[in-house]
Design a protein around this ligand. Structure first.
Ligand SMILES: Cc1cc2nc3c(=O)[nH]c(=O)nc-3n(C[C@H](O)[C@H](O)[C@H](O)COP(=O)(O)O)c2cc1C
Length: 226
């Protein structure tokens, strides 16, 4: 399993961008929204080998917690005999060899991160032809009410409206993590005020039993058929 820190990720992104479009990209890398978060964030990447179906689990995560959700899902597919690549969305270069793709993102401002939507847009021609599943993590699901579930479901509208040609076989929202230590001063202040109003405390609300049960009983059967 490979883990890269946010600082390494930003440095790597800056180097790639610099190589592609010249010195101007260095400034962009430094002021990128990614760099305003704490730099101890880990992005998990891993692969498991097998002769079974080849599945990609790609995720966007800013504070790191969605990468563990994606890993939990990928582990289930590995145990089912699939050949699985778990990758941060920025590190996916070519999806043409996959038989199925799971794409997940943390929610910011009531939607998937723009980079996750761009990933779907960029790869839509291939995604239209294979089984695709979406998931997200959010804090609305701190509450397990009908209203909260509807709010969380609506967070998929951004990607569904922007790339209607890709029709996921399944979409699932999970409760995420609120960890102020991962946020910079500005986001910390904004989030503390918003979460106070909503009555949501700091904490890890991921339910890995629920996540893995969904992966096994719902996601895997939909990926395992053409
Ligand atoms: C700046 C910011 C904006 C957020 N906006 C929303 C939101 O609109 N709705 C929601 O339910 N959760 C929202 N969240 C909560 C995240 O989606 C949740 O904490 C998620 O688990 C973070 O995943 P990550 O650790 O992979 O980045 C927001 C979090 C941050 C930091």
């Amino acid at each position: 399993m490979k883990q890269i820190t946010r600082r390494q990720f930003v440095a790597k992104s800056s180097m790639v961008a610099t190589g592609l479009i010249g010195a101007g990209a260095i400034g962009f890398g430094v002021i990128s929204p990614r760099s305003v978060f704490a730099d101890d964030v880990k992005f998990i990447e891993s692969s498991c080998e097998s002769r079974g179906r080849k599945i990609l689990v790609a995720y966007e995560s800013y504070c790191g917690s969605t990468s563990k959700v994606a890993q939990g899902i990928a582990d289930v597919f590995c145990k089912q005999g699939a050949k699985v690549d778990l990758k941060h969305i920025e590190n996916v270069i070519d999806i043409s060899s996959y038989d199925g793709v799971v794409i997940g993102s943390a929610v910011k401002s009531a939607s998937w991160y723009p980079s996750a939507i761009s990933f779907v847009k960029k790869n839509q021609n291939q995604l239209k032809q294979i089984p695709v599943i979406y998931f997200l993590t959010c804090l609305a699901l701190y509450y397990d009410t009908e209203e909260a579930n509807q709010t969380a479901k609506n967070y998929f509208n951004g990607v569904l409206n922007e790339v209607p040609e890709v029709k996921p076989r399944e979409m699932q929202a999970f409760a995420g993590v609120l960890d102020y230590s991962k946020l910079n001063m500005m986001f910390k202040i904004v989030m503390k005020s918003k979460m106070k109003k909503k009555g949501i405390p700091e904490g890890d609300f991921r339910d890995f039993e629920k996540i893995q049960s969904w992966a096994l009983k719902t996601a895997w059967p939909r990926l395992a058929t053409s």
